[in-house]
Design a protein around this ligand. Sequence first.
Ligand SMILES: [Zn+2]
Length: 110
Amino acid sequence: MHELKITQNVVATISKRAKGAKVQRVLLEIGKLSGIMPEAVRYCFDVCSQGTVAEGAILAIQEIPGLARCSKCGAEIPLDKPLGVCEECGSVELVMIRGQDLKVKEIEMG
Ligand SMILES: [Zn+2]
């Protein structure tokens, strides 16, 4: 499962940043074009965080809408999946400029 590996990386990042302190809350940003399912990450987080500083932490997930730029006409097009067509010129040559990443945005320690 794709999300399990990703969540393991997220927990490793949190542990590194927390430097041994107990983590109360984590805010993750998940881009809509990343192909990562927020609910799957939430599920994996409970498993992956066991025995780490992130165990029992509240996981908040903010979804980031996708945005692409047309490489033909330069128009910026909102996208909710990694494929699309330019609304201005009909080109499929779109370059994703936002919404492809997963980021650990904030960590609150107690
Ligand atoms: Zn275009």
